[in-house]
Design a protein around this ligand. Structure first.
Ligand SMILES: Cc1cc2nc3c(=O)[nH]c(=O)nc-3n(C[C@H](O)[C@H](O)[C@H](O)COP(=O)(O)OP(=O)(O)OC[C@H]3O[C@@H](n4cnc5c(N)ncnc54)[C@H](O)[C@@H]3O)c2cc1C
Length: 571
């Protein structure tokens, strides 16, 4: 690999999926862009590694790949660069209970979810139908415009939860008048009659990063999220594993003439006054201690703390910036992983047949009391015991894409929600000592639901939040979503008020991480960063006809090509 030039128009620090997305848009807009990635493989938040048996592809980070629901999927023609989105079944998610019943969510056919709910509880099915038919069309548009544009409002205004709450009350009379004082668990208890439906819905909200023990928008998510789930399914993998997305982006970047340098940790930003002029690579980098100047912009794809504390340097932060950076909360959504290899396809004996092919599930929550237990544990940095798996379990990787496991083998994973700090055990470093025993607890819990599946396990790999942090120092404390996702951190509050993200208080420096929207595989943060840098540098021209997909159009086209017609109305 030829070394980097001394100067580029734009330098991107970190080759994660969002950094690469920003890099491609800017390169395609006529700028000369270089991206420096710490590891030998780019895309740490979307890694697929053979850490178990050869041929067993382990998707350690993102597993619900939602890239199809984004402008970059279409603009960057990611299919042309090898990205293929796959799922195992129209039944995307389910929530099993110990009595061998399950609540199921259909990814494409809201009608089927409605009919399934109806078989459990007519009232709850009708509530879902009313909310879906009225709010479905609105949600698609408003969600998309907020996900792919720079935040202009803070947490109070961005979701207008009060207004939405009042509107929902007109549709659903059970919503109490004091909805604004309730949290999501209380609202779910007020409106859903069936304990299992409400528990399953709350589990899905947690999976999506919305904590139902919070108020504001989190209060309304138990009504809104089932609608979104039926309009923009989240249960997708990529052929070859999640990392295939990184390869598609890296190939696209190279195709358009961009340079990605792996094995090149960036050590420092070059600061002149309060302007960032380039970067210095670490002495351990492949091109050790090289100085690379940026003529027009530096984009940091690292999260808030490493960007400001490490690359700029704490001593160089103005007081108000330091305060904002210090307040940034990394450990709101932290996951512990069990990954299993099975020697049989997953079977759910005694449960509804649909579960066998379904993509993902949550478990360990029998009622809202378990959700409250999780809230208590996370608020007090206590390890849930027994564990609670509301971060998602996936059994559909090899069912959707046999290339993810050797012949005759299948994979399955579970994300338990845990605190990072572990004060009762003596601190976060104790994760190394308790990793396997906590993994055993997750095994034992799943055995209560499905002993048959656990009898087919031939290998297991566990990953703690400390392991995540070590593998990617930008994922501070193992944070799943590049920082917090609760209401307090919506919109312009990310990463701190006054930052103006993706712009920063430092000239020429932009962020494609820890900004609005939250980190997910919809590439929203990278897209928003690209839009603002392009605007500031005057390179986004009206005649750029490739930069023209809006919102979820590309995903809808993909479903159409597959012959899938989404239900837009429940009858
Ligand atoms: C456990 C887990 C589960 C998740 N599950 C899902 C899911 O199911 N669905 C979903 O949509 N999203 C999920 N996410 C979130 C998603 O993976 C991330 O939002 C996304 O990958 C973040 O991409 P990014 O480019 O913003 O950041 P990153 O992927 O963190 O990119 C930053 C890059 O910078 C590199 N780097 C770090 N330090 C330096 C340095 N000093 N110099 C140069 N490079 C550096 C890192 O190696 C990394 O490649 C999950 C994340 C985790 C951790």
């Amino acid at each position: 690999m030829a070394g980097p030039e001394r100067e580029y128009d734009v330098v991107v620090v970190g080759g994660g999926i969002n950094g690469l997305t920003t890099a491609i848009y800017l390169q395609r807009s006529g700028l000369q862009v270089a991206c420096f990635e710490r590891k030998l493989e780019a895309g740490s938040g979307c890694c697929t590694e053979e850490v178990m048996q050869p041929g067993v592809k382990v998707n350690l980070c993102a597993c619900n790949m939602v890239t199809l629901w984004s402008p970059p999927y279409g603009d960057l023609q990611l299919e042309k660069f090898g990205l293929e989105m796959l799922t195992s079944s129209e039944w995307g998610m389910f929530h099993p209970f110990k009595d061998r019943t399950a609540v199921m969510f259909n990814s494409f056919h809201a009608q089927k979810t409605y009919e399934h709910f109806k078989s459990r509880n007519v009232h709850d099915a009708e509530l879902f139908k009313t909310a879906f038919n009225v709010m479905g069309p609105m949600l698609g548009d408003s969600l998309m415009s907020s996900m792919f544009s720079q935040a202009t409002n803070g947490p109070d205004e961005v979701v207008a939860a009060d207004g939405l709450g009042s509107m929902l009350r007109m549709l659903i009379p059970e919503i109490p008048e004091n909805v604004h004082e309730l949290n999501g668990i209380e609202l779910a208890e007020a409106v859903y009659h069936d304990e299992k439906i409400r528990t399953a819905i709350l589990g899905n909200c947690i999976m999506a990063g919305s904590h139902p023990w919070d108020g504001g928008m989190a209060t309304l998510m138990p009504i809104i999220f089932p609608i979104m789930q039926a309009l923009q399914s989240v249960t997708w993998t990529c052929r070859g594993g999640s990392h295939a997305l990184v390869h598609a982006l890296a190939s696209c970047f190279a195709y358009h003439g961009g340079r990605l340098f792996t094995g090149c940790p960036v050590d420092k930003m070059i600061l002149e006054g309060d302007e960032v002029k380039g970067v210095v690579l670490s002495k351990d980098a492949v091109f050790g201690e090289a100085e690379v100047k940026a003529r027009r912009a530096v984009v940091s794809n690292l999260s808030c703390h490493p960007t400001f504390r490490d690359l700029i340097g704490e001593e160089k932060l103005p007081g108000w910036v330091k305060e904002g950076v210090d307040a940034y909360k990394n450990d709101e959504t932290v996951l512990f992983t069990n990954y299993w290899v099975l020697d049989q396809p997953p079977r759910w004996e005694g449960y509804p047949e649909e579960l066998n092919e379904a993509y993902g599930f949550n478990f360990g929550m029998e009622s809202t009391e378990d959700i409250r237990r999780l809230a208590h544990c996370l608020e007090n940095d206590e390890l849930p015991d027994p564990p609670i798996v509301a971060g998602l379990s996936v059994q559909g990787f090899a069912l959707a894409d046999p290339s993810q496991a050797p012949k005759g083998r299948y994979t399955m994973m579970a994300w338990s929600n845990v605190p990072y700090k572990l004060p009762q055990h003596g601190g976060a470093e104790k994760w190394d000592e308790i990793r396997e025993s906590y993994g055993d607890k997750v095994d034992a819990l799943l055995r209560e639901y499905n002993p048959g599946i656990m009898d087919t396990v031939v290998d297991r790999y566990c990953n703690s939040p400390l392991d995540y942090y070590r593998k990617n120092p930008s994922q501070v404390m193992g944070s799943t979503t590049s920082g917090p996702t609760s209401l307090k951190w919506y919109g312009t509050a990310r990463p701190f008020p006054g930052c103006g993200a993706p712009r920063t208080p430092f000239g020429n420096l932009y962020l494609s991480n820890s900004i609005w929207p939250f980190g997910t595989t919809n590439l929203g943060a990278g897209y928003v960063a690209a839009s603002i840098v392009a605007e500031d540098l005057g390179v986004r021209k009206d005649q750029q006809d490739w930069w023209n997909h809006d919102g979820i159009a590309a995903g809808q086209e993909l479903l159409k090509r597959r012959g899938i017609e989404l239900d837009l109305n429940i009858t």
